[in-house]
Design a protein around this ligand. Structure first.
Ligand SMILES: [Zn+2]
Length: 446
């Protein structure tokens, strides 16, 4: 092993060129590259970064590293594309009571809560996210702050408000996270309005929307070049949405009424024919059950790291001082779990596309832990290999964002969004929690 390392250093010194000046160059040297395409990993790899893009990917000795290039030593680590989470919420931080949360913290969203979520996700190696439902003004604000480089956070894509039949309880005069849909015509008008405001995706949230209203949303969104993410639990709701016109890489978020029998062939056929992606957010329910059973999970130092002490204390208290085992979601999380997992296996065996989608920020589901836990749970549910799960969290999610030309794999010309894992996720998928370095757009974040 030691000899091998010496050899690598020698080949590196031979290929150093003194001709090109390298002010804007960074090289990640050593380590094992998993590029996101599913091929054989590259041992002793090199990734050369110029500015915010990848300039070359290859084996140590095969790529010229100009003199003056900044070197990041990745020896013993795994080098991967930055993770992508296609379902997050910036405006909640895992507190048990949403009514209390929105009533108490509306005026601290921009100062404390949204930046805290952004930092926690990026530190966990999540370099791109899709927020699926939030107050209109705040979510545009945080997206533009981050994407313009004024605030630290993952590349941010947003849905804006939930499209629902009825408004959520959290809507106030100033905090508008829902736009109610009154008719198919109204649905089309609201999708066009959201497109003109600059959203990246459309989110439908309740199952009370009629098939005609859903059809109008899907059709208009697709005409506007937008994908749709639909929050659906029940088999009937899934069937209605599929018949209403869900398209390729639109996502069914959550999935899985645990009490119902397995899906019928009509649902499976529609999912496969239309290439609709499953985004089951397993951790959203598992995380809630875990924290109700083990409230000390809120003592994790990462939870409080970027959060004012009073807000952290409030989150912690929301689980310590309350018996939440009667919460309606607790039964869904626990008793209904085997049926839900069986149906996810049925979908996987049938060949459905799976996204990695954590719903981070929801009760008991903090941003610092959500995505790697969802990856492990998705493997439990579907039986996929470690490599297949890594591809789902990178390349597949980049396709869902419509960003494969920029994100999702380590290839020349793409954004240098790269993470270094202190471990081997092909052997132990849970090593995804051990993110050592995060590079976003060529900048070393941690
Ligand atoms: Zn959600």
């Amino acid at each position: 092993m030691k000899l091998f390392k010496v050899f690598a250093l020698i080949t590196l010194s031979i290929t150093v060129s003194s001709v090109v000046y390298a002010d804007d160059l960074t090289a990640i040297v050593g380590g094992r590259i998993i590029d996101g395409n599913g091929g054989t990993p590259i041992n002793d790899g090199v990734i050369l970064i110029e500015g915010d893009r990848i300039k070359a990917v290859g084996k140590d000795g095969g790529i010229t590293i100009p003199e003056g290039t900044k070197i990041i030593d990745a020896d013993g680590m795994t080098i991967m594309p930055g993770l992508i989470d296609v379902h997050v919420h910036f405006d909640i931080l895992g507190h048990a009571d949403y009514n209390h949360w929105f009533a108490t913290y509306e005026d601290r969203m921009r100062s404390d809560i949204l930046p805290s979520a952004a930092k926690a996700m990026l530190n966990a190696g999540v370099t791109s996210v899709r927020d699926l439902g939030a107050d209109v003004s705040n979510i545009f604000w945080i997206r533009d702050q981050i994407n313009s480089g004024q605030m630290i956070g993952p590349r941010t894509f947003i849905a804006g408000p939930f499209l629902r039949k009825t408004v959520t309880a959290f809507v106030s005069e100033t905090y508008k996270d829902t736009w109610p849909i009154e008719s198919p015509e109204d649905a089309r008008e609201k999708v066009r309005k959201l497109k003109s405001m600059g959203v990246d995706v459309i989110k439908t949230q309740d199952e009370a929307l009629s098939e005609a209203e859903l059809a109008a949303i899907y059709d208009e969104a697709h005409k506007q070049g937008l994908r749709v993410a639909s929050h659906i639990y029940s088999a009937d709701g899934i069937k209605t949405a599929l018949k209403a016109g869900m398209g390729p890489y639109d996502t069914i978020e959550h999935i899985g009424d645990g009490e119902a029998p397995e899906y019928d062939s009509e649902i499976l056929d529609l999912i496969l024919q239309n290439q609709v992606a499953m985004a089951p957010t397993i951790i959203a329910l598992d995380g809630l059950a875990q924290i109700i059973d083990n409230p000390e999970l809120t003592d994790d130092p990462r939870w409080k790291r970027d959060l004012p002490a009073d807000i952290y204390a409030d989150v912690r208290r929301s689980y310590r001082n309350a018996d939440l085992s009667a919460h309606p979601l607790y039964k869904r999380a626990t008793t209904d779990r085997p049926g839900r997992m069986a149906k996810l296996r049925q979908l996987a065996d049938a060949g459905a596309v799976f996204a990695v989608s954590s719903d981070s920020g929801t009760r008991g589901n903090p941003h610092h832990d959500a995505l790697w836990k969802e990856m492990v749970l998705l493997q439990e549910a579907t039986g996929k290999t470690n490599m297949e799960i890594l591809i789902a969290a990178t390349k597949t999610n980049a396709i869902i964002l419509n960003q494969l030309e920029n994100l999702g794999t380590l290839e020349t010309g793409k954004f240098a969004d790269i993470i270094l894992i202190d471990g081997d996720p092909l052997a132990y998928l849970s090593d995804m929690r051990r993110v050592r370095h995060v590079i976003k757009g060529g900048k070393v974040i941690r």
